[in-house]
Design a protein around this ligand. Structure first.
Ligand SMILES: [Fe+2]
Ligand SMILES: [Fe+2]
Length: 289
């Protein structure tokens, strides 16, 4: 079947002018984009190192994306806008998503949810950090998502969000740092079970894998920036720990997704620099994503 278009997915770039350790891999990725520009670049979150603490990181990430030789979109990650309130214990180690962090994100990187029609496809980016937040924006996003689906007609759908919708099974019952809150996930299942859906593209794990859900592929994109050792970050989903990006080739009725880890992207190990780049970490628990 004929190729319609190609997009490059990048994730967990953790960009900042305060810490330059991850910039060489970004520059390599920018060169790859320039050499053969895709129809779109999508960053599935944690575009910034710590934008929810340092809004300048969001602006640094925006400037670097704006210099890409292709159109681009970003969805927010926990490091960009903060995390689920019940995952934040008040110690300051994690910060919750708030109206203020959302405003800072939108100011720097634009809308935190978006939909783009390309060929016979509707690409949908959602702010997964709102799911379970209880913020007014969460309900607004559900209404928007319902409309985006209802108006897609017979287009095929591809969904982009930061955290995987689930790890082992849609019936996973516990709230964890690593996946979408199970309660709003039940509502998201309407889209995940939509027979037009072919791709769910996420990041966050700093592990990469392909899974199948119905007629869709779930693709966890590697971090472009870094991986962590099992000592620093216990195994999450059994994925591989390499740095890289994903090339998605969209055909009429399916997507061919290739995880690229051998294209001049350095394998940066977070363990060596974690105290410098994440000084708020007080305990070496499994929270690197
Ligand atoms: Fe993340
Ligand atoms: Fe990350």
């Amino acid at each position: 079947m004929e190729e319609q278009f190609r997009i490059l997915q990048v994730s967990d770039t953790h960009l900042s002018q305060r810490h330059g350790q991850f910039l060489p891999n970004w520059r390599r990725f920018a060169d790859i984009v320039a050499a053969s520009p895709p129809r779109l670049v999508v960053n599935t979150g944690d575009a910034s190192l710590a934008g929810c603490r340092h809004p300048d990181d969001l602006h640094s990430a925006a400037r670097l994306h704006a210099a890409l030789a292709a159109p681009w979109r970003v969805v927010p990650g926990n490091h960009d806008v903060g995390d689920h309130p019940r995952l934040c214990d008040g110690s300051g180690r994690r910060l919750p998503v708030t109206a203020a962090t959302l405003a800072a994100y939108r100011d720097a990187l634009g809308a935190d949810r978006w939909s783009e029609d390309i060929g016979g496809w509707r690409l949908i980016g959602i702010d997964g950090q709102l799911l379970g937040s209880g913020l007014p924006d969460e309900e607004e996003q559900w209404a928007w998502l319902d409309a985006v689906r209802a108006q897609a007609d017979d287009r095929r759908l591809a969904l982009f969000l930061h955290k995987p919708p689930f790890l082992a099974s849609p019936r996973d019952a516990d709230l964890t740092y690593w996946a979408v809150d199970p309660a709003p996930r039940m509502r998201l299942m309407g889209l995940l079970d939509d027979t037009r859906l072919r791709l769910v593209a996420c990041g966050h794990l700093h592990e990469h894998f392909h899974r199948t859900h119905g007629r869709a592929r779930i693709v966890a994109c590697p971090s472009l920036a870094f991986v962590a050792s099992p000592t620093l970050q216990a195994e999450v989903a059994g994925g591989r720990r390499e740095t890289g990006y994903v090339r998605h080739v969209f055909h009429d009725d399916h997507v061919v997704s290739e995880i690229v880890t051998d294209d001049g992207i350095a394998r940066v190990l977070l363990d060596d620099i974690v105290d410098e780049v994440y000084p708020e970490r007080r305990r070496p628990a499994a929270t690197a994503g």
